[in-house]
Design a binder for this molecule. Structure first.
Ligand code: ZN
Length: 222
């Protein structure tokens, strides 16, 4: 099973991916997908039913904004979730994800130009995986640092496109050779059996994101 473990739908303010488009692209590119909108689970149901019809597996996830006592402390990704987790103190977010037995992932951990989690070095024992490839990282070195950190501390790895637009879907993924179901995928990723590969997206995607946030693009189905 190949899983693009980080992607957004139009339920994230800065994405134009319609659920139908996500499933269409996933099927064409032969990947399963995790839906990880910013602080929202509103696309879960629609994606899940479209995925079921098309034979694309959909992992329920969320990219959750965290804080410490004073300021933003970056994003945490929950995968294999079954309920919404609201943004909050990073320790509370981690606890809430643990309570629902979700897979806790630190996305783009060394991309200081984006919302990277600032407590990775102190708290890595509390998380399950590190995203060692994110297609939206501005520099290869951000991904190579993530991979090196994961290897140095024996932390399992995931990878994802972080797609906000259709042509980014499946640019990165984690392959889980022995997984036939989402339950298998969850267990095997936690054990570090995922093999990550991917390509970086053009930096133009960030320009598009800037304009999408301002409402310049309309989401469209195809
Ligand atoms: Zn993201």
């Amino acid at each position: 099973m190949k899983l693009d473990s980080h992607l957004h739908s139009f339920r994230s303010r800065d994405s134009t991916n319609m659920p139908k488009t996500i499933i269409h692209q996933a099927k064409k590119l032969e990947v399963d997908v995790a839906i990880t909108d910013h602080n929202s689970i509103r696309a879960w149901k629609e994606l899940s039913s479209l995925g079921q019809k098309a034979g694309v597996k959909v992992v329920f996830g969320e990219e959750i904004l965290t804080f410490d006592e004073e300021k933003v402390s970056g994003d945490i990704l929950g995968l294999f979730m079954n309920d919404f987790v609201k943004p909050g103190h990073y320790l509370e977010v981690i606890d809430s994800l643990r309570e629902q037995d979700a897979l806790i992932v630190v996305p783009h951990p060394f991309d200081f130009l984006r919302n990277n989690f600032s407590y990775l070095k102190q708290e890595f024992k509390k998380v399950d995986c590190i995203e060692s490839f994110n297609s939206r990282c501005y520099a290869d070195s951000f991904n190579s640092k993530a991979k090196a950190f994961a290897l140095a501390h024996s932390i399992p790895q995931t990878g994802g496109s972080d797609a906000h637009f259709p042509d980014e879907i499946a640019k990165a993924f984690v392959e889980i050779p022995k997984a036939n179901s989402l339950e298998d995928a969850h267990k095997l990723l936690k054990k570090g059996k995922g093999i990550v590969s991917g390509k970086r997206s053009s930096v133009m995607v960030h320009v598009k994101t800037f304009f999408a946030k301002k409402g310049f693009f309309k989401a469209k189905n195809f």
